[in-house]
Design a protein. Structure first.
Length: 300
């Protein structure tokens, strides 16, 4: 019989309760006609953050797991008060050159919005961006001089490859090696990093594994620091602060005054450029990014 209020056979006019649920307006269970078979789909979905939705729409992300990962990443960055410090964020989700070019902070398909222009031997997959080590890189169109002050800048990358190679994971440097750059593990077994400072100073054998979340940050007018997975690896005090370089940041290679080289052969799964991050903020960023990678099944 038709059960108007309650439970039972779940006929089509069962408006309150549970059961078959063809038009079960209030209750629980699958809202589709097969809920009577014992499925437990949740009725309704949580609201999606507007910034996450803008990226999902622009990059045409249709996979529900990827959509959820993006939404949680944005919510976490905002919850940690990191969202406003991020200028360009590349989550490398979607598995194609097109989806990987978009900036999460401003997902317009324009150079002014810091979309990445890919070049050379770069392979895209659900695990991120694999650089070929020969001539592949991405131009972020992000000019450090125009978008950061000399003493308020940081950048980072999530690497999925453990290797020693003469390569830069991101770079924009000038004649005296002043600028922003990370060489996670060079062929001399040292790590080189700079944040509007001398790239060659502060190097050492302090990276044993190049996998994970790396952050380089300018903490003071004459101090730079590098973190891996939220843990400080090195801090260097130097004489004077340098002016932010007037070049765009390249990912997967060195941009030396507009000339590209030192091509990376590692796989990148996240990249960002932004304002200075403290030790606590770098740790929180690592937490957010690691959760993002775990949801996507590509964590290291």
């Amino acid at each position: 019989m038709a059960n108007a209020n309650g439970w039972g056979d779940g006929a089509s006019n069962n408006n309150i309760g549970w059961g078959k649920g063809a038009d079960n307006a209030i209750g629980w269970g699958d809202i589709h006609a097969d809920s009577y078979a014992g499925l437990t789909d949740i009725v309704g979905t949580a609201a999606v953050d507007a910034d996450a939705q803008a990226f999902i729409t622009a990059a045409a992300i249709t996979d529900p797991t990827q959509q959820a990962a993006i939404n949680t990443l944005v919510v976490d960055l905002k919850g940690y008060s990191l969202w406003t410090k991020m200028k360009a964020v590349y989550p490398y989700v979607g598995g194609t050159a097109t989806t990987h070019k978009f900036n999460l902070k401003n997902p317009l398909d324009t150079n002014a919005a810091f979309r990445i222009l890919w070049s050379g031997d770069v392979t895209h997959s659900s695990n991120g961006v694999q650089f070929g080590g020969v001539n592949g890189f991405g131009n972020t169109n992000y000019n450090v001089f125009l978008n950061n002050t000399a003493d308020n800048i940081s950048a980072g990358v999530y690497l999925r490859t453990n290797s020693i190679v003469a390569a830069a994971s991101f770079s924009a440097i000038a004649g005296a090696y002043e600028g922003i750059e990370l060489l996670a593990k060079f062929t001399d077994n040292k790590t080189y990093y700079g944040v509007n400072s001398d790239i060659s100073s502060g190097n050492g054998n302090f990276v044993s594994d190049t996998r994970g979340m790396f952050v380089v940050s300018k903490l003071a007018v004459n101090q730079k620091v590098i973190y891996r997975n939220g843990i400080q690896l090195s801090s260097h005090i130097y004489g004077t602060s340098n002016t932010a370089v007037n070049f765009t940041v390249h990912v997967g290679a060195r941009n030396y005054q507009g000339a590209t080289g030192f091509y990376d052969s590692r796989q990148h799964a996240f990249q960002y450029i932004g304002d200075t991050l403290t030790a606590a903020e770098a740790d929180n960023l690592t937490t957010a990014v690691q959760a993002f990678q775990t949801t996507l099944g590509r964590q290291v």
